[in-house]
Design a protein around this ligand. Sequence first.
Ligand code: GDP
Length: 176
Amino acid sequence: SGQGSGYDLSFKIVLVGDASVGKSSLLVSFISSSVENPPPTIGMDLKIKLLTVGGKRLKLTIWDTAGMEIHRTITESYYRDAQGIVLVYDVTRRETFTSLSQFWAKEVEQYSTNKDCVKMLVGNKVDRESQRAVSREEGMSLAKELGSLFLESSAKTRENVDKCFEDLALKIMEIP
Ligand code: GDP
């Protein structure tokens, strides 16, 4: 247990989705609580955030694909023992939404070893409303299909950034 090390529970959360949908930006925004452009990185990247949700002190270890999604070379070790998976698309690029249902959801099914894994579908970049190519209703419908939670976010304005990770953590804590 994390007693004495500053937290009650520890969860592994992974981010998936096409390149440039804003995965790193969401993570950096959540971790640093500031808006900035993260430099592109190569190889797996993980960040740790301590926070209190539902009266519990949590340690979230959040893994970012950091470019591996470009060649779709993410495999088992990335998903192994993850309690939460954030599936991200860009609401202004329809192909990133399609590839979640056509590719990423299947990867998650194949590689995720944890049967109780909680999924959160996130439609990012809602600040670019005039360029929207995927409706909120379509997002909700896919979430229902995947059995996942759903939110639309903006890493730029920080809309729903904290909520994304907090709601996911709350749902993970509901698992007996
Ligand atoms: P990743 O490849 O999925 O990790 O995507 P990045 O986090 O590197 O973001 C790709 C690009 O989209 C960068 O230029 C970001 O600044 C931009 N971006 C990320 N999130 C948002 C957002 O919510 N709104 C807008 N307008 N741009 C964003």
